[in-house]
Design a protein around this ligand. Structure first.
Ligand code: NDP
Length: 444
């Protein structure tokens, strides 16, 4: 049995109750076959794959907090510090009832390669809790965030582990967590990214993942002789990534016709009205029914269905495993030419395979959505310098980073005879740098 197969089997055996983690490891290792085969003797001796699929440490903790009725609630907190070979652990905090160790591990594992791809000095980690921020009062959110930080502060710091936002963790939650860290540690440092502008945040961080997704998609299309301008785009999700992806796609001349949330989706053949979408989602924090109620051209549908709409470019920006094989078939049947992942692992393995074998250009999340973490690293740089850069300066650096990511993964795919396979290219490019650093630092 080959080294890759052995490690996939070992991972599945040791983590049998973590399907998302097994899925992520399988997807990454499968695509690393050419580079692993070329270095098998060295990698086996150094146990490179065994080391890379095992987090440096996994921290699980109780998060007790008091709700508005005076009732004590208990959630579970997680921080998985996966790999710090090229820099401090870096990755968001996800607050969602579906959170479990397997999901945090899959996200942390993916983060290693994504962070490496940015070319910036950041390692991989992820955290979160099964806490559901929906329907909670501000005071309850603060109580949870403070309790979460009462434990997490022991393990993080500007030079050790720098968390950020993710699903359920936005500006409000980051503010409360940062405030509690500062209070407990008595230091003012860049321990979090995604901070508010008044206390060390970076301009353009809010827009970065969505904008970055479009910079990379645009470059991918351009290198394949295709113009983004004039194309129809389907987007899923209507959160941070989706909103700014929709904005940049529109600015680049495309027409975005769908968005969705966890209860339904909107088809707006006239093109999504961005101001209305922001008002509904960022200001009112309401459902998409509110968008449809205020937009005569929009049709609202319950449940899933975004991928049934005819489009040239599909951008899944909601959550993991939201673009399934049947969705991929519908996209191909409707003539879709490119899929770029704004969310983390939104496309299932069989759907990815189907898209690739049917000639759809496919940009994996770890490259396509790396603009968020790249800008977080730029926030860390600004905090270290104690300076703030202008929106244009950050945005222009982001654009350069995303274009470079595309060229790096394109080159890595070509180097190993996988031209056009951007999944393989992204994994190989991210992996090679991390392994180089691991080997240089010895067995640790
Ligand atoms: P948000 O919480 O802002 O938005 C998530 C969106 O997805 C919401 O519209 C939400 O709907 C929808 N959604 C969540 N779960 C489901 C589900 N099970 N089925 C259907 N829709 C769902 O998160 P972000 O936009 O920040 O993140 C989206 C994705 O992008 C995640 O995978 C995240 O890990 C990834 N990502 C985010 C980055 C960032 O900078 N924000 C950086 C890199 C990756 P509802 O409001 O109804 O819950």
């Amino acid at each position: 049995m080959g080294y890759v197969d052995e490690i996939i089997e070992l991972t599945a055996k040791k983590n049998a109750d973590q399907p998302e983690f097994i899925q992520a490891v399988t997807e990454v290792l499968e695509s690393l076959r050419p580079v692993v085969d070329a270095n098998e003797e060295l990698y086996r001796r150094e146990a490179v794959l065994e080391r890379i699929v095992e987090p440096d440490r996994q921290i699980l903790f109780r998060v007790p907090w008091v709700d508005d009725k005076g009732q004590v609630q208990v959630n579970r907190g997680y921080r998985v510090q996966f790999n710090n070979s090229i820099g401090p652990y870096k990755g968001g905090i996800r607050l969602h009832p579906s959170v479990n160790l397997g999901i945090i591990k899959f996200l942390g594992f993916e983060q290693i390669f994504k962070n490496s791809l940015t070319s910036l000095p950041i390692g991989g980690g992820k955290g979160g809790s099964d806490f559901d921020p929906k329907g909670k009062s501000d005071r309850e959110i603060m109580a949870f965030c403070q309790s979460f930080m009462n434990e997490l502060y022991k393990y993080i710091g500007a030079d050790t582990d720098v968390p950020a936002g993710d699903i359920g963790t936005g500006a409000r939650e980051i503010g409360y967590m940062f405030g509690q860290y500062k209070k407990i540690r008595g230091v003012y440092e860049g321990v979090f990214t995604g901070k508010g502008l008044s206390y060390g945040g970076s301009l353009a961080r809010k827009e970065a993942t969505g904008f970055g997704l479009l910079y990379l998609t645009n470059e991918m299309l351009k290198c394949n002789g295709i113009e983004l301008a004039g194309k129809t785009v389907c987007i899923s999700g209507s959160g941070n990534v989706a909103i700014y992806a929709a904005q940049k796609a529109t600015e680049l001349g495309a027409k975005v016709v769908t968005v969705s949330d966890s209860t339904g989706w909107v088809y707006d053949p006239e093109g999504i009205d961005l101001a209305l979408l922001k008002e509904v989602k960022e200001v009112k924090r309401a459902r998409l029914t509110e968008y449809a109620a205020n937009r005569p051209s929009a049709q609202y549908h319950e449940g899933r269905g975004v991928w049934t709409i005819k489009c040239d470019v599909a951008l899944p920006c909601a959550t993991q495993n939201e673009l399934l094989l049947d969705d991929a078939k519908a996209l191909v049947a409707n003539g879709c030419i490119a899929v770029a992942e704004g969310a983390n692992m939104p496309t299932t393995l069989d759907a990815t395979e189907y898209l690739k074998t049917n000639g759809v250009l496919f940009a994996p999340g770890k490259a396509a959505n790396a603009g968020g973490v790249a800008t977080s690293a730029l926030e860390m740089s600004q905090n270290s310098e104690r300076l703030s850069w202008s929106f244009e300066e950050v945005d222009s650096k982001l654009q350069t980073i995303m274009v470079n990511i595309f060229h790096n993964l394109d080159a890595a795919a070509k180097k190993y005879g996988k031209e056009g396979d951007y999944v393989a290219g992204a994994n190989i490019a991210g992996f090679e740098k991390v392994v180089d650093a691991m080997l240089a630092q010895g067995v640790c």
